[in-house]
Design a protein around this ligand. Sequence first.
Ligand code: SF4
Ligand code: SF4
Ligand code: FES
Length: 478
Amino acid sequence: MSEMVKISVNNVQIEALENSLLIDVLINKDINIPHFCYHQALGKDGNCRMCMVEIEGQKRPQISCNTLVKNDMIVRTVGEKIEKVRRDILELELLNHPIDCPTCDQAGECKLQDYYMQSGFYESRINVELKNNEKKRIDLGSNVMLDQERCVLCTRCTRFCSDITKTNELVVLNRTDHSVIGTFPGMPLNNPYAMNVVDLCPVGALTSKDFRFKQRVWFLESFNAICNLCSKGCNIIVDHRKEKYKDDQVFRFRPRRNDEVNGHFICDEGRLSYKLQNENRFLDIKSNLEINTLDTAMSQIYDLIQHNSKILFLLGPNLSYEEMYNIKNVSKILNANISGYVPTYIDESFKDDFLRTNDKSSNQASFKELGISQDKNSFTYFLNYSTLLIILDNNYFDTNIHKLKNKKVISFFAHKCPSITQSDISIPIASFHEKSGTYINSLGIKQKVVSKMKKNTPSYSINSIIESLKTIIEKGTL
Ligand code: SF4
Ligand code: SF4
Ligand code: FES
């Protein structure tokens, strides 16, 4: 068993696990250590030499991604000598690199650009005319574009395809300074996790066809969230932007590391599900009144509740734990039935043995935690019995269009759907990434999301609507 030992890094004493990789210690302690080929999900390859450090007692600088921590080790990542070594390696990396930063989609989050700026290596000794030119726009498949000139040959992308997805689509072709990344003829990049190579690529060689040229990354704002496309609840970063006179819009999802849930990666379908957030939004209150405000709609809702004692609340599986909890409380006050019946979210073909689950929703586990029945028979019984149905973000009736005859229907949706046309009153609500809340994933892990999106057009919060409904009911008057 390894034990904790003391080492010195840049004259600061730190504790580290004996025999662990020095680069991991530096990364985990937020000590700047430039590196291209090492990645905590892929391990070491030792090809880029950027992670050099000075170690007292060693004649030459060593790569920290292949150095094991020993007791009393004295390490330097800064200083004239080691910085000169790093600058020389960087110069080698830049020999054939194109002058693309102004037009490159990776600018602002490119490691090569960052290290170049850090090194203060501002003047090139290479004539642009002498650089090797390679292909600049290769469609690899699976939404990934390759620019061979920008590649630093770190092989993170090829190792992802060989070690993680085991699909082996990407390879290094040719030799010496003509080496490039490519695919075998007739074998495009084609696996459900392929777009992770875009995040792994430390430079602008691999970019997302979907995101390219849509936004400069420094205009985007970000917050931590989870993907709601399946019950794994992969951790993501939501990159969004509110442009003048427009609603806040999501531009991309990126994976966020969580070793208990998704490790470093997410699937492509989940990644691209950000589009569902923006598309087909339901934005205007629908009712049979001439003036549709939240107040008039609330008074109509209260009227329907007063005149119907047989009420069924039907909840969707993407509601947060807090929303479900509040709705359950109101249903108790009203002596109403409540159900979380959601057969339409199960898709066996989506499931795989890596991350994806067959449940294409984010929070069915909260139904169990809150004791909300998902049983088909009791749902059918409650439905037949009820005269007023209140649907909250559950799309069951989209595929069962004729079942709502002879009932009054109130619904709450973020996106347009057939259930809205079958409703007497429908209220637009915040979409999944516009609201904060807690979700329980398929592993039973509770995950809290705090949204930072700001919108112009109204999309109401279920929690505040339920809260005002509760107040109205308790007061017994409007
Ligand atoms: S394309 Fe990117 S990830 Fe792949 S080897 Fe080149 S620099 Fe590395
Ligand atoms: S595995 Fe599921 S939760 Fe994870 S990114 Fe894919 S769809 Fe989203
Ligand atoms: S990160 Fe260590 S050699 Fe590349």
